[in-house]
Design a protein around this ligand. Structure first.
Ligand code: HEC
Length: 313
């Protein structure tokens, strides 16, 4: 997909949901979702507390829900990192008027203890609850939300889409882990909240969407695959600030790192291990990038470095 088309799709998606047309299909017999639609199954939180899906998790709330498993090394870390950016943008509102949930699709393995460890690795903040439960109950929740059920033998194929909803009004939206966290935060804070006037963040995505017609491949990849965890010159996020990295590291090391960081970590590459130790042992995910992607990303980082140098800081 070209970058312009991608942006247009985002804008179309937003327009569609404003018209209330973007809700996923499975609305039962013309009614709103509510208690008769959602199964009131029992789940266990990361703190080991028993809760009910409808009564405790959904009822009357504005929610963001994603499905993860803690041993996932490909796209779910990106998903969690994106949710974390949304959390940062919403700040104190999380746990008060917006609730965030990550539900395990590997419930036999993801005990409350394992989920707590994952939350520490991702530096997860207050008001965001991780949930596990019975496999068949979790599959039912996915089905009710219009998501694909995962095959337990093929976890990497799970549906990583994120559901945003307002249980009271019955509006539900499906997004992907590549959506801009600022857009997601505003959907939760404003659109789903009766279009409340509050704007979260700077809405940079919309501002630049009008102007930057030719988002470069590198910039597009960076924004959709890296920006939840990295900035170039804007400080650390989950991963290090990448300012100067393109010049500091050997080209071959960098290219390989972008393509298969998991293998380099497994081979105990000394630079990789030293970095990991500084970032709560969060392994950078393998995002299935190819040589062209890596080259475009390195070019983008170099350009950012040059821009910083030209601005004299
Ligand atoms: C889920 C978070 C996450 C995502 C997504 C992510 N990274 Fe990382 N990255 C890290 C972490 C954490 C480290 C530090 C090493 C480690 O812990 O594995 C790192 C390290 C790096 C390094 C090495 C820095 C140095 O000092 O040499 C580079 C380069 C890098 N990432 C680039 C990228 C690019 C480009 C993308 C997007 C294609 C990306 N990362 C996506 C978390 C992430």
């Amino acid at each position: 997909m070209t970058d312009v088309r991608f942006l247009r799709l985002i804008l179309l998606g937003v327009a569609a949901l404003v018209l209330g047309a973007a809700a996923p299909a499975p609305v039962e017999s013309g009614g709103r979702w509510h208690g008769s639609y959602f199964p009131n199954v029992e789940l266990t939180t990361h703190e080991g507390k028993k809760v009910r899906l409808y009564d405790d998790v959904l009822r009357g709330k504005i929610v963001a829900i994603n499905f993860i498993y803690t041993s996932c090394g490909d796209v779910c870390p990106l998903d969690t990192a994106q949710m974390r950016q949304v959390h940062t943008l919403l700040g104190d509102r999380v746990g008060k008027d917006v609730f965030m949930y990550s539900i395990s699709v590997d419930p036999e393995n993801d005990t409350p203890e394992k989920m707590r460890r994952y939350m520490r690795t991702f530096d997860v903040g207050k008001g965001w609850t991780f949930l596990t439960g019975k496999r068949e109950d979790i599959a039912l929740i996915q089905r009710k939300l219009g998501l694909r059920i995962i095959d337990p033998k093929n976890l990497t194929d799970h549906d990583t889409r994120l559901m945003l909803g307002n249980e009271k009004t019955g509006q539900w939206l499906k997004r992907t882990p590549y959506d801009d966290p600022t857009v997601l935060a505003n959907l939760l804070a404003s659109t789903l909240n009766n279009h409340a006037a509050t704007q979260v963040g700077t809405l940079a995505a919309y501002k630049t969407a009008g102007e930057v017609k030719n988002l470069s491949r590198g910039q597009y990849l960076f924004q959709t695959r890296c920006a939840s965890c990295h900035t170039v010159g804007g400080g650390d996020r989950l991963g290090p600030d990448l300012r100067g990295v393109a010049a500091a590291r050997e080209r071959s090391w960098l290219v390989r790192w972008l393509k298969e960081p998991n293998k380099m970590i497994a081979e105990k590459d000394p630079i990789a291990l030293a970095l990991m130790a500084r970032y709560r042992n969060l392994p950078m995910p393998n995002l299935s990038l190819n040589d062209d992607d890596a080259a475009a990303l390195i070019h983008y980082m170099e350009q950012q470095d040059k821009a910083h140098a030209e601005m004299g800081h």
